[in-house]
Design a protein around this ligand. Sequence first.
Ligand SMILES: *Cc1c(COP(=O)(O)O)cnc(C)c1O
Length: 450
Amino acid sequence: MTGVDDILQLDRAYVWHPCTQMKDHEQQPPLEIVRGCGALLFDAAGRRYIDGISSWWVNLLGHAHPRLTRVLQEQAATLEQVIFAGFTHAPGARLAARLCAAAPGGYAKVFYADCGSAAVEVALKMSFQFWQQTGQPRKRRFVSVRGAYHGETLGALSLGGLALYREKFAPLLLDTLMVPGPDCFRCPFQKARATCAAECFAPMQAALDAHAADVAGVFIEPLVQCANGMNMYSPVYLQKLAAACAAAGVHLIADEIAVGFGRTGTLFASEQAGIAPDLLCLSKGLTGGYMPFAAVLVRDAQMFDAFYGEYSEMKAFYHSHSYTGNPMACRLALETMDILTAEALPALPVRIAALQRVLASLAGLAHVGETRQCGFIGAIELVAARAGKRAYPPEQRIGWQVYRAALRRGAILRPLGDVLYFLTPLTIPLELLEELGAIARDSIREVTER
Ligand SMILES: *Cc1c(COP(=O)(O)O)cnc(C)c1O
């Protein structure tokens, strides 16, 4: 017999949780979740929570989705895993074709990996090796922007611009070029979101002008830097970036791990800027949030061709993960695409409008500095004072306090610093979205207006 206390005891004794100061568990032990259904999670005591953050941005279509569960069961009972070097299977081949056809403008090839960070590593190595094999071996540096988040393995972390994850490991990281990027809430150019012309692109242009001969590729999170406090920016920046990369002869590598698969209102965020990056990384929602999985989409056959030749030329892309192309994950991804394109995306505009109303109802609160929205991602930036957009001292942990207040009210809203956000399953019922907004309002007021 195990009960709530036994599980928490075992957890306390043996588990080291991710991205957590474990001492915080003295005050707030982890919540034991026993089941999920749609946009709701249920704890061991039977209390329900609205999953306001899609279980770390992965759940796309709701928990325990009947169709996803069914195909997973079928696939597990038929073929749960097989080596993907020298072997293939229907879900893997079909999914690759489907992704290539769906990506903006059409793509040539798909390389599978098993998590977002691994997809970023694949893109890094593929871009690097491409230049090594096409007569431009000097092109080996990568460019990213401040505030970027591309995962936490060392290669991916080298591209990251968030001190929290990066600073301690700085001596281990690749020599990348990090340039200032969009920062629209506190725009250094005093521009307004709707009408800016991405004046903030200038430092990127300067970096490419100065270093193109040494640069392999530029990594970017299209439209929203999610981990950087849901920093949303203009598609104009992406248009300028795509043009500049093409002109400079460097790869444009889009990290759509968080924003891809419908989050921004379209299947891919890049679509909204009318760009087709050379490489496009997907993960998180790719399996509907059921399993870790990732894919790197390659736009041009020319990229692939640079690796194609006689075995003895040693030009192949020697990169592998044991679970590459896992059939259950591929099958889930195919079903996810079916549900997304036939049901979830067509139903999304109504939810996007509802989210807009929820955000509008929060915009007037005394300590809300800004509300912002990109498709079905909404964010609320809390400030100590609206005048001058003065931030709270980090040691007050205002966002953390709002998180705890919301949890008591039955919602999971896990802020990034003092930025609260809504990133729910795309299929959340409108009543739950409204309830989530009400919980956010009450929790923000409880913490900031007492
Ligand atoms: C989550 C995330 C990653 C890393 O994915 P993992 O599966 O957590 O390794 C990379 N880039 C972006 C934009 C992400 O949001």
